[in-house]
Design a protein around this ligand. Structure first.
Ligand SMILES: [Zn+2]
Length: 463
C-alpha cells in the first residue's frame, strides 16, 4: 500500500541543507516555512526496489548500504538526491523513468556527490549564499515567499519558484563552484556503473532530456534541473564517457524491469488515477503492470469484488510476488474479511526477501480486525515487531495499543500510545501517557524502562 505521511519540515531541513541549490536552502531557512510538511509516501514494494537500485552503487562507492533510508516524496516532478544516509526520490522520477537504469544512473551521480564530500563543502557555500538569497527574496520576491508559505505546494516547488526570481543572483554565485562538482560526480557515477557492470546510458538519457527541457524552460522546470546545471559541454563529455564503456548496450535484467514497471503502475494508480496508468502502459495494455494498476484502481474506487478477481489473476500469473498478496490483504480488509486478509498478509510477509516493517504492521492490523483473542495476541506481537523496524510509523502504535487493550494489557497499551505521541513529536502527551503506563508496568521491566526513557526525554532544541 502506498501510504502518505508528512515529514516535519524541521526534520527535513537538516537533510535539505545538502541539496545543491541555494534556493532550496533558502526555503529551509525561511521561518515562514518551518511549519510546512513534505509529503512522504511509504510503500514496501517501491522502497525495496529503490534499495536494490542503490545497494550495489553504494557498495561500489565504498559506502555501507546498511542503514540507508529510502524516502519517497509524493511529487510528480523529477527529483532525486542523496543526503547523508537518506536517498530522496520523487514518485515523479520513477514514473518518468522508463528503465531502472535511468534511476540507477541518477542515484550513481548523487552518490558521487556524497562520496566526494560535496555536501559538506557545499553547506558552507550555501550558508554564505543564504544571506544573499534571503536579502534578494525579501526585496523582490514577497509574492513568491507568501505562496511558498501557504499549505499548498511543496518544499521543492517553493524552491523552484524562488529560484526563478530573486535568488537567481545567489544561485549564479554558486554555479561556477558547482560545475566542478558536477563533473566530478559524473565521473564517479560512470566509475560506479562500470564496476557494477551497468550502462551509463540511462543517466545520459535523463540528463539529455533535462538539458532539452531546460532550453525551453518555463515555470515548470523539475527541481532536479534547477540543482543540476546541464550545459551542452557537460552532456557532450558525459556522452563520450558513457559510450566508451563496454557495458554501454547492457540493459537491465528483465526481472528488474518488471519490478520497475510494477512500481510505476502502482504510483500511477495511486497518484494519478486510472487514465494515467493506462497512458503509461499504452504499449502493453494486457501486460502485468497494466493489470496491476487496474487492480489497484478498482480497489481504490471501492469495488472489492472486482479488485479481488483482478488481483487473483495477478497472483495466478506470479504466485511468488509478495506485493500481489499484500494488495489482496488490503482488499480483503476493506471487504471486511479480516481472517482471509490476515492469511494474505502472512503469505506476503513470508515471500518478502527483505523483511518489511510496513507489511508486518498490515498483517498485525488484519489479525487485530478478526477480534479473535488468540489472533489479537499474535497481532500485538506482529505490530510490535513491525514497529521495531519502523519506529516512526506513527499510525501503527494506535493498532498496537488497541491490540494490547483487547487482551487486557493496559499498561502496555498506554505505553504504545505514549510511543505514538513520542514519534509524532508530541512529547508532552507522550510523557503523560508514559507516566500513566508506568504505574501499571512492572518496575524495572523493559517496558517500564522504556516508559522512563520517554518521561526523561529532553526535546532537542530546534534550529
Ligand atoms: Zn549533481
Amino acid at each position: 500500500m502506498l501510504k502518505t505521511r508528512a515529514l516535519p519540515a524541521a526534520k527535513l531541513a537538516r537533510a535539505v541543507a545538502a541539496i545543491l541549490l541555494a534556493a532550496h536552502a533558502l526555503v529551509a531557512a525561511a521561518p515562514a516555512n518551518a511549519q510546512r510538511n513534505v509529503p512522504v509516501v511509504r510503500d514496501a514494494e517501491i522502497e525495496a526496489l529503490v534499495a536494490d537500485y542503490a545497494g550495489p552503487i553504494l557498495k561500489a562507492a565504498g559506502l555501507t548500504r546498511s542503514g540507508t533510508e529510502i524516502i519517497l516524496v509524493n511529487d510528480h516532478r523529477f527529483n532525486a538526491f542523496v543526503a547523508g544516509r537518506r536517498i530522496f526520490i520523487h514518485t515523479g522520477a520513477l514514473l518518468t523513468a522508463e528503465t531502472p537504469n535511468e534511476i540507477i544512473g541518477v542515484i550513481a551521480h548523487e552518490v558521487g556527490h556524497l562520496a566526494g564530500g560535496h555536501q559538506h563543502r557545499l553547506r558552507e557555500q550555501i550558508a554564505r549564499a543564504q544571506t544573499l538569497a534571503i536579502v534578494a527574496a525579501l526585496v523582490g520576491m514577497g509574492a513568491s515567499v507568501a505562496a511558498a508559505a501557504s499549505d499548498q505546494g511543496d518544499l521543492a516547488g517553493a524552491g523552484a519558484g524562488l529560484a526563478m526570481g530573486g535568488s537567481e543572483a545567489a544561485r549564479r554565485s554558486l554555479l561556477g563552484y558547482q560545475r566542478t562538482e558536477e563533473t566530478t560526480a559524473d565521473r564517479s557515477a560512470i566509475d560506479y556503473l562500470e564496476r557494477t557492470g551497468q550502462s551509463g546510458r540511462g543517466m545520459l538519457v535523463t540528463f539529455q532530456r533535462m538539458a532539452g527541457d531546460m532550453a525551453l524552460a518555463g515555470v515548470n522546470v523539475d527541481p532536479y534541473q534547477l540543482s543540476h546545471p546541464m550545459p551542452r559541454e557537460r552532456i557532450a563529455n558525459l556522452q563520450e564517457l558513457v559510450q566508451r564503456s563496454r557495458f554501454y548496450n547492457r540493459t537491465d535484467p528483465p526481472e528488474l524491469q518488471l519490478r520497475h514497471d510494477l512500481a510505476r503502475a502502482k504510483i500511477a494508480a495511486y497518484t494519478a488515477g486510472q487514465n494515467a496508468a493506462a497512458r503509461v502502459f499504452r504499449n502493453n495494455p494486457g501486460g502485468l503492470p497494466a493489470l496491476y494498476a487496474d487492480a489497484i484502481t478498482t480497489h481504490l474506487y471501492g469495488n472489492p469484488r472486482g479488485a479481488l478477481t483482478k488481483v487473483d489473476r495477478l497472483i495466478a500469473a506470479h504466485p511468488q510476488n509478495p506485493y500481489f498478496h499484500e494488495l489482496r490483504g488490503e482488499i480483503l480488509i476493506k471487504a471486511n474479511r479480516p481472517r482471509e486478509a490476515a492469511e494474505a498478509y502472512a503469505r506476503a510477509v513470508k515471500l518478502s526477501r527483505s523483511p518489511s516493517g510496513l507489511m508486518q504492521v498490515g498483517y498485525g492490523q488484519a489479525l487485530l480486525a478478526t477480534g479473535d483473542r488468540e489472533l489479537v495476541r499474535r497481532a500485538a506481537a506482529e505490530l510490535k515487531s513491525g514497529l521495531s523496524r519502523e519506529p516512526e510509523y506513527v499510525n501503527g502504535y494506535r493498532y498496537l495499543a488497541q491490540a494490547y487493550g483487547q487482551i487486557g494489557e493496559i499498561g502496555a497499551a498506554e505505553l504504545a500510545t505514549a510511543e505514538g505521541y513520542f514519534h509524532a513529536g508530541a512529547y508532552r502527551d507522550a510523557k503523560i501517557l508514559a507516566t500513566r503506563a508506568q504505574m501499571k508496568l512492572q518496575r524495572g521491566s523493559p517496558e517500564w524502562v522504556r516508559a522512563q526513557d520517554i518521561i526523561e526525554f529532553r526535546e532537542p532544541r530546534r534550529r
